[in-house]
Design a binder for this molecule. Structure first.
Ligand code: URA
Length: 447
């Protein structure tokens, strides 16, 4: 091993709040990717970064080292501007599965590389893999073949793409080091910049179910992400959206796929459709198939109405080995063995649904991982029967839980009961989309 730098010294430097050299960051990332530094040392390094932060230069060096830990895909032989979307992570956040086929069906190529569930948040890959047979693992030639054929590919990180992020992501998930602006920015942007895109739309979540709990922090994360995108000459637009309650009504891998199928049939919940159309419309605009975001949104709505988005979804499910029959007839999917209900303890209005707690309850039920090695249960999850602002009678069912692990029910029930607040008065409604951030900076969102 190159003895120029010493991993213990690098950890110590960050632990003591000093600034790292670009070469030290590169050394650590390169050696970790080459399996020459163990997880426990990198865990300590991540915790030091989490606690003491990274300045802009360290952050750029981290992103760059992670990006160059693998290949940067060249999709220049595929015509059109390639555009992707990424979310910073939420609960019930299934938007990628709906908007990717919408945008691809509108003629904008979407090379999408997604992640797995992280902490209390769900991951697109886990949702896709709940479709029997669906495979997200592929090599680069296959990735390129699928995008060339369908203008869409829904892949996991291939071994070639930002391998450092793949390993760090799994490690952060189990070492409580996720909620850090530079670590999130490096993770997201290294894989997005590697996948061959020309432009990127980001959904930066703010609230109880997000990694950024306040709008101010979400704006700071959005600015960091857009700053990196701009530096790498990719047009990047971010929106800050509300994650103070789960999106839609279903949380859990297959349950969320089911809700996406409804959405593609024009029956999606309002919150999901409002953000989906905005993000899809922005992608269609950046992909130069619309003159404005507004026109992009109209096209997005049309792609649902005319059935082309759903057809694209069927095509990609079939191409990636998934059971198309299950997508056409989702009721055939077997339900989890155990079902339990959460009832309202008083009458009033739903005023709070702590999405972090709801996300953690879904992990408890099996929909996410507690350890890196855990498998997720595709059938586990939660269906909300009420959302913030809804009127509730005492004894009414407010949530239904599903699991194949009966020993998880008690803890998950307690968590779910603790996650909701029922008040006497109806809460004021809040904006779902609060800010836009682009190369001109951040400002309040208006269409
Ligand atoms: N999504 C990512 O890809 N990485 C993070 O660190 C958080 C959310």
């Amino acid at each position: 091993m190159d003895a120029k730098y010493n991993i213990v010294s690098i950890i110590r430097k960050k632990r003591d709040g000093e600034t790292l050299l670009n070469e030290e960051i590169k050394y650590l990332i390169d050696r970790y990717t080459a399996d020459e530094i163990p997880d426990y040392q990198v865990s300590a390094f991540l915790m030091a970064c989490f606690l003491n932060g990274l300045n802009d230069e360290e952050s750029a060096a981290l992103t760059e080292s992670m990006l160059h830990s693998g290949e940067i895909v060249d999709l220049s032989d595929i015509s059109g501007k390639k555009v992707d979307k990424h979310s910073t992570g939420g609960v019930g956040d299934k938007l990628s599965l709906i908007l990717a086929p919408i945008v691809a069906s509108a003629g904008v190529p979407v090379p999408m590389i997604s992640g797995r569930g992280l902490g209390h948040t769900g991951g697109t890959l886990d949702k896709l893999e709940s479709i029997p047979g669906f495979t997200v693992d592929m090599d680069l030639p296959r990735y390129k073949e699928i995008i060339a054929k369908h203008d869409l590919v829904l892949a996991g990180q291939t071994a070639e793409i930002a391998p450092a992020d793949k390993r760090l992501y799994a490690l952060r998930d189990v070492t409580a080091t996720v909620e850090s602006i530079p670590l999130i920015a490096g993770s997201i942007m290294s894989k997005k910049l590697a996948e061959g895109i020309d432009a990127l739309v980001l959904d930066v979540k703010a609230g109880s179910g997000a990694f950024m709990k306040t709008t101010d922090d979400a704006i700071r994360l959005g600015e960091a992400l857009v700053g990196i995108g701009t530096q790498f000459e990719k047009e990047t637009i971010a929106y800050v959206t509300n994650m103070n309650q789960p999106l839609g009504y279903k949380i859990g891998n297959w349950l969320e796929v089911e809700e996406c199928i409804d959405a593609m049939h024009g029956e999606g919940p309002d919150d999901i459709m409002e953000i989906t159309h905005l993000l899809a419309g922005t992608m269609i605009y950046l992909g130069e198939k619309a003159e404005s975001v507004k026109e992009g949104i109209d096209i997005s709505k049309k792609q649902i109405e005319n059935g082309e988005a759903f057809q694209k979804w069927l095509d990609i499910v079939e191409e990636q080995g998934g059971d198309v029959d299950m997508i056409r007839s989702p009721k055939k999917y077997p339900q989890a063995q155990y079902e339990f209900v959460i009832k309202a303890e008083r009458s009033g209005y739903m005023s709070e649904m702590n999405s972090y707690e709801i996300g953690m309850a879904s992990v408890e039920l099996g929909a996410g991982r507690k350890k890196k090695e855990d498998n997720v249960d595709p059938q586990a999850g939660i269906v909300l029967k009420k959302k913030i602002g809804d009127k509730i009678e005492k004894g009414e069912t407010i949530m239904v839980g599903y699991t194949n692990n009966p020993s998880a029910i008690e803890a998950a029930s307690d968590q779910l009961i603790g996650a909701v607040t029922i008040a006497e008065t109806k809460p004021e409604s809040v904006n779902l989309i609060s800010h836009i951030i682009d190369k001109d900076g951040s400002r309040a969102f208006e269409l």
